[in-house]
Ligand binder design. Structure first.
Ligand code: UDP
Length: 261
C-alpha cells in the first residue's frame, strides 16, 4: 500500500453530457492502465473505453448505454470532438488520447512484461494478420489467442470461453461501437485471467495494414475524422451525430455547464 507510482492515481474525471472521460495524457493513460491492471483480479478486470461523440449522443437517449460507458475504469477522449466539448463545458482535458495509441503502448508493455494478450474482433483474415504484425512489431509478445469478431449473438458464449481458456491477461476487443462496449460490460466477470480489457474499435484493421491512419499533419490539425470520412464515405451517416453533439454541448455550455436538459 502507498507505493503506487506517481501519475497513476485516479485522474480527474470530466463529465461530458453524462458520460465520464478521464483527464489524462497518453503517458498518464498508460501509467493508469498499468496501475489498474495491478489492482484488478480474475473475474474483475479493469475496463478501458474510448467514448466518442456518436456514443455520447446515443447515450443521451439510451440510459443503459450510459451505464455501460460509466462503468469504464479508464475512459479516453479518443477524438477532437470530445476534447472540444470538454473545453466548451468549462472542464478542459489535457489531450486527445487516440485509443490506437494506448493499444500500441499496452502491446509494447505486454511484450516487455510477459503478459499474454488475446485479440478479439475484425474479419478473420484481418485479425490473423494483426496478430502476426503485433508479434513482429513487439518482439517477445505472447499472443494467447485471437478470433474474429463476427461470431454473432449465438457465438458469444464460445468466444468468451475461448478468452477465459487462453489465460490472457490483456484483452483487446474490436467489434465496433457500441457492440464492443456492450460485450465487455456483459462478459466482464467471465474473462478468466484477464486484468485489463479495452475496446479498440477499428484498430486491428490499422495494425493489420488494411486501413491507414491519417498522415501526421492532418492528425495534428485534429482532422483525422475528415481523412476517415474521405476514405470511407459510406460512414458519412454516422457523422450526422456530430452536429447534434456540438449543438447539445453549446446549449449546455451556455447554461453554465449544468446538467439540466
Ligand atoms: N466488427 C466486428 N464484428 C462485427 C462488426 C464489426 O468484428 O460484427 C469489426 C470490424 O471488422 C472492424 C471493427 O469492428 O474491425 C470496427 O468497426 P467499424 O469500422 O464499424 O468501427 P467503429 O467506428 O464502429 O468502432
Amino acid at each position: 500500500m502507498g507505493t503506487a507510482p506517481v501519475g497513476a492515481a485516479a485522474p480527474r474525471r470530466v463529465d461530458i453530457l453524462g458520460v465520464p472521460v478521464d483527464a489524462v495524457t497518453a503517458v498518464g493513460a498508460l501509467a493508469r492502465a498499468q496501475t489498474l491492471a495491478a489492482a484488478a483480479a480474475p473475474g474483475r478486470p479493469a475496463l478501458i473505453l474510448t467514448p466518442n461523440p456518436e456514443g455520447i449522443m446515443r447515450a443521451q437517449s439510451d440510459p443503459e448505454l450510459r451505464a455501460v460507458l460509466a462503468a469504464a475504469d479508464l475512459a479516453l477522449a479518443d477524438g477532437v470532438g470530445v476534447v472540444w466539448a470538454a473545453r466548451r463545458l468549462g472542464r478542459p482535458l489535457p489531450a486527445r488520447v487516440p485509443g490506437i495509441e494506448l493499444m500500441e503502448a499496452l502491446l509494447a508493455w505486454a511484450a516487455a512484461a510477459g503478459l499474454a494478450v488475446y485479440l478479439l474482433g475484425a474479419r478473420p483474415e484481418v485479425i490473423a494478420a494483426a496478430a502476426r504484425r503485433a508479434q513482429d512489431r513487439y518482439p517477445g509478445l505472447r499472443v494467447a489467442g485471437f478470433a474474429d469478431g463476427y461470431f454473432g449473438a449465438r457465438g458469444e458464449e464460445a468466444a468468451v470461453a475461448a478468452v477465459a481458456a487462453s489465460g490472457a491477461r490483456l484483452l483487446l476487443v474490436g467489434l465496433g461501437v457500441p457492440a464492443q462496449e456492450w460485450f465487455l460490460y456483459r462478459n466482464r466477470a467471465l474473462l478468466g485471467e484477464v486484468r485489463l480489457a479495452m475496446g479498440v474499435g477499428g484498430s486491428f484493421d490499422v495494425l493489420a495494414g488494411v486501413t491507414r491512419r491519417a498522415p501526421g499533419p492532418l492528425r495534428r490539425l485534429g482532422l483525422e475524422w475528415l481523412w476517415r470520412l474521405a476514405r470511407q464515405p459510406w460512414r458519412w451517416r454516422r457523422q450526422l451525430a456530430l452536429p447534434r453533439f456540438a449543438w447539445t454541448v453549446l446549449r449546455r455550455g451556455r447554461a453554465g455547464g449544468c446538467h439540466h436538459p
